[in-house]
Design a protein. Sequence first.
Length: 290
Amino acid sequence: MVETCVDIGREDLVECAELGVSELVTNALLHGASPIQVRVRGTQEHPRVEVRDGSTTPPTLPSNAEPIDEDDLLLTFGRGLSIVARSADAWGAEIEDDGKVVWFNPASGFADGDGAEGTITGILEGPREQLEGQDLIEFDIRDVPLTSYIAFQRHYRELRREVRLLALAHESDYPLAKNLSDLFGSLEQPLRDGMGAGQIEAALAAGQTSTDVHVVMDTEAATTVGRFIELLDLADAFCREERLLSLARTPEQQRFQEWFLGEFVRQTGGEDPVPWRDPAPQQVRQTSVS
């Protein structure tokens, strides 16, 4: 953590970064579930420390009703999230399907009073809407490579969280992050419900490396998925322009995602399925230098 702050030229954040991350790791060990992961995201100007664990239980936000002695607060870990609140410009928790990320933007100095107010976001909604009574389209996505699909889901989840948290903590500095976050939000349900995740999990359990996926999606959602290809290109440009500490897509990820999402566009237009065919390494090298 100290090394990262120094590497990006933010030595002024080291003290609060150390205080906050120590508290979050302790909370994850005491109240969370494995695996536990610590990393730095955000931008060079506004780095964000994240501690992820496997529990979906939201953290208990600090209460102002029970003040904590100043000396005790600074010397004792595992005392709720008051240390994080006072070490941060902004902080909160993002609840996901398989765990949660508790995050904070380190401040340049430890705050007096209660510190920043925490925010809980993510998957907190009720039951998902059913497709009954809607116009539906059936899709057959052929020969989906499982490792590429899983990498796609991971990349989307991290990118979705990245733009959401940047917009939440620093909307005025990153107006495009707010726009991207709103667009991702409009795609949230079709992307979560309509991409054949259950079939992928069954294929993984059976030891397969690829599988066919049959997807049923309402017409409006299928049309919306077509926008996702353009949205990912826009997000890549945003990552590079703002020098995000998380990476834009690799060429391999881009090829797979354009094919996978493109199948929904093509088949919505009445075309037959086209199976995945990854170009040979030699072809990729020739294309990149031509």
